[in-house]
Design a binder for this molecule. Sequence first.
Ligand code: NAD
Length: 404
Amino acid sequence: MTVTPRSTPLGIWLIGARGAISTCLAYGVYGLRRGLHEATGVVTSGEPFSQLPLVTEDDLVFGGHEISTRDLSASVAELVSAGVLPAELVQACAEEGDLFAAATRPGMLDATEVGGQDLDPRSAELGALLPREQIKHVIADWDSFEAEHNLDGMVVVDLSSTEVRQESRDAWESLAAFEEELDGGRPQPASLLYAYAALSSGRPLVNFTPNISASAPALMELAEKNNVVHAGRDGKTGETLLKTALAPMFTHRALKVHAWQGYNMLGNRDGAVLADSAHRATKIENKDRALRELLGGGDELHTGVGIDYVPSLGDWKTAMDLIHFEGFLGARMTLQMTWTGSDSALAAPLVLDLVRLVDFAQRAGEGGALRAAACFFKAPVAGGTHDFHRQHEELVRWAKGYLG
Ligand SMILES: NC(=O)c1ccc[n+]([C@@H]2O[C@H](COP(=O)([O-])OP(=O)(O)OC[C@H]3O[C@@H](n4cnc5c(N)ncnc54)[C@H](O)[C@@H]3O)[C@@H](O)[C@H]2O)c1
C-alpha cells in the first residue's frame, strides 16, 4: 500500500507538557529542526524507517495540558543544570519554546490526587467536573489548537505523572459498561478520560506512562470501533530495556536463572512521585512482569525491583542488577551490572519515534493497538513477546511491509 507524505503540519499534544520528557522532547525537536544536533537515539531516523513517508521534525507543532503552575523555563533550567539540555540549544530555540508555552492549557487533576504546592487551581476545578464535562473540555482545547495552527490532525501523548494504582473495575471491561459509568458520573482516572477523549474524537494516542489509559479493554474496544491507532504502555528506556535484551541470552544458552534483583535510584520529579508506594505499585508491576515471562522458572525464580528517590541525582537514574544463575554441574555464578542514564534523554527520542509511527499507521488506514510498536514499551498493550530483539524484528518487518 502506498501512503502519501504529509503535506500539512501535525500537532503533538503532550499531557504533562512541562514535565521533564516533554520539555526534552520539544527542545530536542527544535534543535533537530535547526540542525543543532544529530538524531542520536531516534530509531526512525535509521533504515528501513527513513524510507517511509513519516512526518518530519519541520512539520510538528507542540501544545499540551499541564496541572502545575511551574513555568516551562523552570523545567528547562532543571534539564540544563542536569547537563541534559545544552544551554545554547535553549537560547537558539527561545522563540519556539515561547510558542509551546503559549499553547499549553490547564489539564485535569486525577480524581485520586490532591496535587502539589504548585497545583494550578484551574486543574483542580477541571478535575472536579463530571467525567463527560471533562472529556468535552479536553476535546474543545484540542479542536481550538488544531484550528489555530491549521493542523491536519494531531497525536496525543500521555507523559503525565504516574497515577495511583487502582483496582480494575468491571466497567472498564467493555465500552458499553464504561460509557454507562461515564454517564452515571463516577470519577475515573485522568489517563482514562484523556484516552477516551482522544480515541472518541479520532485522535491517535501514545501512552508512555504506566497509567491505565487506553490499555483498559473498554478503550481498546473504542479504538477498534473508531479505527484509531494507539500505542502503549510505559516506555521501555533503561533497566527494563536491558533486562529484555539480556534475559533471552540466558534462555538461549540453557542457563538457569535463580534470581534477578534490581534496584533503581532516581532523583527527578518522576522519582519523587514514585517515592509514594501507591504510585510505585503501578510501575513495579510493569517492570517485573517482562522478566518472569522471558525466564519462566515459576516459583523457583526470585525477581524483585526496588525504586528509591535520591534527589541529588536529578535526571540521572542508576539501576543496579544482580543476576544469580546456574550452569553445567550446578556451578553458581553471578552477573552484576550498573546502568546510569539520563531518563529524559533516553525517553524523548522514543516519543518522537512513536508519534511518527502512529501518525503513519493512522494514515495507512490501520486502527487499534499498534502491535509493531511493542519494542518501545514495558507492558505492550497488544501483548506479544517481551524479548527486545524479537520485538525490534517485528517493527522492522512491519515497516518493510509498507516498502514492498
Ligand atoms: N523517563 C523515562 O525513561 C520513562 C520511562 C517510562 C515511563 N516514564 C513515565 O513518563 C511519565 C513522564 O515522566 P517525566 O520524567 O517527564 O515526569 P515529570 O514528573 O517530569 O512530568 C510529568 C508532568 O505531568 C504533569 N501532570 C501530572 N498529572 C497530570 C494530569 N492529570 N494532566 C496533565 N499533566 C499532569 C506534572 O505536573 C508534570 O509536570 C511518567 O509517568 C514516567 O513514569 C518515563
